[in-house]
Design a protein around this ligand. Structure first.
Ligand code: SF4
Length: 377
């Protein structure tokens, strides 16, 4: 099972597609080491995310606690404080680190509202490499504003010897946002095809399966059903900063329990968890995020091995690309059917005085997540 720990909602970026930064948590109420020590071992991927996890002063202790509990411990960071990550990587070179990067300097800084963000994270990535990091990479959120630069960023990451993971716009309680929509679904989707071809052309099997994951992103961008059904609550879960455990980070009606008040085993066996998982089986959202897609692509018997569908697609198209052929995208994707979506302008917060205000006294999940409906079709 994969687990994402949303360790804080404090964040020093001001992204246009995620409003966590407008909804900071009080650090006194953020999930504690004592609570996290209740997690069992044996997770496949444990992702320490946020908000910005490097803003937690106890991040090194959190890593010491969680590292033995997972096959892969991951830190998802905006990369604005690489000096906090370097000592962690020196101690644990195998930790997976992904730094958010949304394109070239001007584009990334504008989308993320980060003054000097690009320069800081590029220097930070080099520092992490020098520290001995073995699983480093950038994370890119595909949207109309940066999709032109997608292949270029992938090639740049390759030339630096690091990975590129991709996701795309979603509406979710975690992001405090339900108005992320593409301006032009087909244009964005078509440009992802270039990345898929480049990834299949690489010599790394990891990239070939990322190509399939990006095929799923095209379906998501067009508003089509998921390539593989979602297994939220069974193959992955999320813990929010108030220690609430959720099947996923999208729908705010899929609460399973609370790790501060219950044990992990009690949560998994609870009636609330069973009810939430029943709702997942009937869920009509078409999310395709890294966590939801990666877990769906895995064999149910051996998690390190892909399901037969993705495997066959990868083998067939890897061979085709290797022989100089082109992938018949129109055979896999129905471009004649594009779901309508409302137009909602996104605005850069770079250089604005927009500030976050701490809201106190949010005692229940209902109060913490005022947005109730999320459309990801
Ligand atoms: S498809 Fe449904 S259950 Fe799965 S992540 Fe999306 S909202 Fe959650």
């Amino acid at each position: 099972m994969d687990l994402t720990i949303i360790s804080t909602y404090r964040c020093n970026s001001k992204c246009q597609m995620c409003y966590i930064w407008k909804n900071p948590t009080d650090q006194k109420e953020e999930v504690s080491l004592e609570t996290l020590s209740k997690l069992p071992g044996g997770f496949d991927n444990l992702n320490v995310s946020g908000g910005e996890p490097t803003l937690r002063r106890d991040l090194p202790d959190l890593v010491d606690l969680l590292y033995p509990k997972a096959r892969i411990l991951e830190i998802s960071s905006n990369g604005l404080h690489p000096e906090k990550l370097v000592p962690i990587i020196k101690k644990y070179p195998k930790i997976k680190v992904r730094l958010s990067l949304e394109g070239d300097e001007a584009t990334s800084n504008a989308i993320r509202g980060e003054k000097d963000g690009y320069a800081t994270k590029m220097a930070g990535m080099r520092a992490l490499q020098e520290a001995g990091g073995e699983d480093l990479g950038f994370a890119f959120v595909i949207q109309d504003e940066n999709v032109d630069q997608l292949v270029k960023v992938y090639e740049m990451a390759r030339s630096m010897g690091v990975e590129l993971s991709t996701s795309t716009l979603h509406n979710a309680w975690q992001f405090y946002k339900n108005d992320n929509y593409f301006y032009d679904r087909v244009t964005v989707a078509r440009k992802v095809e270039g990345l898929i071809t480049s990834m299949l052309g690489s010599g790394k099997p990891k990239n070939w399966f990322r190509a399939y994951l990006n095929l799923g992103l095209i379906e998501k961008i067009l508003g089509h059903p998921r390539l593989i059904r979602c297994t939220a609550g069974t193959d992955f879960a999320f813990i929010d900063p108030w220690s609430d455990v959720w099947t996923c980070n999208v729908r705010s009606d899929l609460l399973m329990g609370n790790l501060a008040r219950q044990s992990w085993e009690e949560i998994k066996a609870s009636a609330d968890a069973h009810k939430a998982i029943q709702k997942v089986h009937a869920c009509e959202q078409n999310c395709w995020m890294v966590t939801t897609a990666r877990t769906a692509m895995r064999s149910a018997l051996i998690p390190q091995v892909p399901k037969i569908g993705p495997l066959m697609w990868v083998l067939k198209n890897k061979l085709k690309v290797s022989m100089g052929g082109a992938i018949a995208f129109d055979r896999y994707i129905d471009y004649s059917r594009v779901e309508p979506s409302p137009f909602k302008q996104r605005t850069s917060f770079l250089g604005t005085k927009a500030k976050a205000a701490l809201v106190r006294g949010r005692a229940t999940p209902d109060a913490r997540y005022p947005l109730k409906s999320f459309q990801n079709n």
